[in-house]
Write a protein that binds this ligand. Structure first.
Ligand code: ADP
Ligand code: MG
Length: 247
C-alpha cells in the first residue's frame, strides 16, 4: 500500500506576491503528487515558480491558497514549532549552494540533524549513506578541504540520513562541473532505487532531468506538461518549445 500512496500531495496551491498592478502570480492553482520511491524533476523557465512550489510543498513557505500534505500530515494550520519539527524530522533539503557549516567536519555536518533533534542516528543507515555517497575517506575533512562535488554529496548525505519522507533538491548540480554532476545524480538515483527514498529535484539541465522517473514542467506558476521515463533529448525539445513560445 505504501508504494501507491503519495509521500507529498498538494491541492490548489496558489502563491502571490505584491498587490494591485505589481501583483505576481508565482503559483496558480497547482495540483501535484509525489509518490513514495519516485524521483521527480521539476523544470520550467526562470521565474516559472519552481522554487516557490518546492518551498511550499516542503513547508519552507506558506501558500496563500490550497493544501499540502506530507504523508498524512496536513501542513496548513500547523503551528510554527510543529512545522519546524516536521521539516527537521520528515523532510531533507539540498540547495545549490551546499549550505554546510564551515567549522564542522563532513561527518559532523552529516550528523547535524540528529544533534539538532537530540537523537542518535541509525548506525546501519549512516553507514549505508556514507558508502553510497562515496565519502568514507573524507569524513574528517572540513568543507573548505572538499571539492564542490564532495561538499554537495555531504549535503545529500545529511538530507538522507534521517530517512525523510522526501528529499527536495533545488538545482543541486547548479554549481558543479559535469563529472561531479553526474556522480551526484547517480547518487540521487541510487537513493531512490536502493535506499527507497523519494526525491524531488528542480533543475535547468535536461541531462539531469533524464535521471528522474518523470519530469514536470511549470510555466507561469502552472503545471503544463509531464514526461514519464524522460530521455534528455525529449526534455530538451520540450524546453525549447517553451523558449519559442516566449520569443
Ligand atoms: P523559479 O524558481 O522557477 O525561477 P520562483 O519560484 O523563484 O521561480 O519565482 C516565481 C515568481 O515569483 C517570479 O516571478 C518571481 O519573481 C516571484 N517571486 C519569488 N519570490 C518572490 C518574493 N519573495 N517576492 C516577490 N516576488 C517573488
Ligand atoms: Mg528557482
Amino acid at each position: 500500500m505504501t508504494q501507491t500512496t503519495a509521500a507529498v500531495r498538494a491541492s490548489g496551491l496558489g502563491r502571490y506576491y505584491g498587490s494591485g498592478d505589481a501583483r505576481v502570480t508565482a503559483l496558480a492553482g497547482v495540483n501535484v503528487e509525489f509518490m513514495h520511491r519516485e524521483f521527480t524533476a521539476i523544470m520550467g523557465p526562470s521565474g516559472s515558480g519552481k522554487s516557490t512550489l518546492m518551498h511550499c510543498v516542503a513547508g519552507l513557505d506558506q501558500a496563500d491558497e490550497g493544501t499540502v500534505w506530507i504523508g498524512d500530515t496536513e501542513l496548513t494550520g500547523l503551528t510554527d514549532d510543529a512545522l519546524t519539527d516536521l521539516r527537521r524530522d520528515r523532510v531533507g533539503f539540498v540547495f545549490q549552494a551546499f549550505n554546510l557549516l564551515p567549522t564542522l567536519t563532513a561527518l559532523e555536518n552529516i550528523l547535524l540533524p540528529f544533534d539538532l533533534a537530540g537523537r542518535k542516528p541509525d548506525r546501519a543507515v549512516l553507514d549505508e549513506v556514507i558508502t553510497a555517497v562515496n565519502l568514507r575517506d573524507r569524513l574528517h575533512h572540513r568543507p573548505s578541504r572538499l571539492s564542490g562535488g564532495q561538499q554537495q554529496r555531504v549535503a545529500c548525505a545529511r538530507a538522507l540520513v534521517t530517512q525523510p519522507d522526501v528529499v527536495f533538491a533545488d538545482e543541486p548540480t547548479g554549481s558543479l562541473d559535469s563529472a561531479a554532476s553526474a556522480e551526484l545524480l547517480r547518487f540521487l538515483r541510487r537513493s531512490v532505487d536502493d535506499l527507497g527514498r523519494t526525491v524531488v529535484m528542480v533543475t535547468h539541465d535536461p541531462g539531469a532531468a533524464a535521471f528522474a522517473d518523470r519530469v514536470l514542467f511549470l510555466k507561469d506558476g502552472a503545471l503544463v506538461d509531464e514526461i514519464l521515463a524522460p530521455a534528455a533529448d525529449r526534455v530538451l525539445e520540450r524546453m525549447k518549445s517553451f523558449e519559442r513560445a516566449v520569443a
